[in-house]
Write a protein that binds this ligand. Structure first.
Ligand SMILES: Cc1ncc(COP(=O)(O)O)c(C=O)c1O
Length: 372
């Protein structure tokens, strides 16, 4: 192919993430007609595999997997459009920029959604949430894994608490699905939204949602669910192993190949690899110069994204450019987080060896970017 001057960096950002050669090749499988029987050949196994990754049996009729052309935000938008009724009061529990995004998606869709915000770097405080839930909300949304700060919330605990107050729990699992148990059943989650370009190790292009039949029934009473944001329409298509609008066919081919691979890798093994990569990164932080420390509380440290508090004097953009020269895309922290941080995305198909090499390269270079 002609050289367009694009640089092939190994992505260690928090998504999109590194994509394996086999998956890049799967992008060359035939384009297909999205209403033809060829669609089912890819999407039936992919949907069943995604259910298993979600911790739900392949043939469990109580949940549907929706494939929504777009990204994670499209799935989040579908959740608010389809599940918050006009006049109902919803609550978004946010621990960072992506919780704030869920709130913005709700309010920009005209929904009556309040925000309960915890400090950056902290997880959901259960007792404060419980106090707030006494104000009677019909729907409560929260983030499984806050990508901006590397904080993971306990889906089971938070989901069950929301249920105690008779509200419907919706979860943003964009940066963790496929890297840790989603706990959809345990947390009695009505709709769990995610995307392809993070722990599933695929290019971007689908919002994915795991939706309970209860949520699909609930949606019947919501007026103006929109066209591409109607979970009932997406569910009808999913039952036929199709998508509601034109399928991104190359990504569908890749989704099929990758979910087969993940099930073969062993879903629990994949989760264990993410946990091991987190632990390697946590140990590595201890070997850095003074002033570098884990941003999240250790018990909430994410298995997919480690966020590290760094000295003010670290030239993060300089380090990013140095890492580019070494062939990597480095993450110099989420800009809206006031504390200076860097993030390591140990996500998707990144192997333990790849991570160790990457961390070594950062360590070799970091001191020269610590201005005093
Ligand atoms: C936790 C979380 N939620 C939502 C989003 C938005 O997802 P997308 O960019 O796929 O629309 C992201 C993206 O990084 C995310 O990390």
């Amino acid at each position: 192919m002609r050289d367009y001057g694009f640089v092939d960096l190994t992505l260690f950002i928090t998504g999109p993430t590194y994509v394996r050669q086999e998956i890049l090749k799967a992008g060359e499988l035939p384009v297909f007609g999205h209403r033809d029987k060829e669609a089912k050949l890819r999407l039936e196994p992919a949907i069943k595999n995604l259910k298993e990754i979600a911790g739900i049996e392949k043939d469990n009729p109580n949940y549907k997997v929706l494939l929504i052309p777009g990204t994670g935000s499209d799935a989040l938008e579908a959740s608010v459009s389809s599940l918050i009724k006009d006049g109902d009061k919803a609550l978004v529990v946010s621990v960072g920029a992506f919780g704030d995004l869920y709130h913005k998606i709700a309010t920009s869709n005209g929904k009556n959604a309040e925000l309960l915000r915890f400090e950056d770097g902290k997880a959901i405080d259960i007792s404060k949430l419980e106090d707030k839930l006494k104000e009677n909300y019909s729907v409560v949304m929260f983030t499984h894994n806050e990508t901006s700060t590397g904080v993971m919330n306990d889906v089971e605990k938070v989901g069950k608490l929301i249920r105690e107050y008779n509200a419907l729990p919706l979860v943003d699992g964009v940066s963790i699905f496929g890297g840790a148990p989603a706990k959809i059943r345990e947390g009695e989650i009505a709709m769990y939204s995610t995307s392809t370009q993070k722990c599933l190790g695929l290019p971007p292009g689908f919002g994915i949602a795991i939706v309970s039949n209860e949520a699909l029934e609930w949606a019947k009473d919501v007026k103006n669910r929109g066209y591409l944001t109607d979970i009932r329409e997406h569910a009808k298509s999913s039952e036929k192993f199709q998508t509601a609008n034109t399928t991104p066919t190359q990504l569908a081919n890749q989704l099929f190949v990758q979910t087969e691979y993940i099930v073969k890798e062993g879903i629990q093994n994949r989760f264990a690899r993410h946990e091991a990569m987190k632990n390697i990164t946590l140990e590595w932080i201890k070997t850095l110069p003074e002033g570098f420390e884990l941003f999240a509380p250790i018990e909430n440290a994410s298995p997919s994204v480690t966020c590290i508090k760094v000295p003010e004097s670290l030239d993060r953009d300089g380090l990013k450019e140095k890492m580019r020269e070494k062939g990597y895309l480095f993450d110099p922290g989420y800009r809206e987080v006031k504390t200076p941080t860097i993030r390591i995305g140990h996500i998707g198909d990144i192997s333990i060896d790849m991570l160790r090499t990457y961390l070594d390269v950062i360590k070799e270079n970091i001191s020269s970017f610590c201005n005093s």
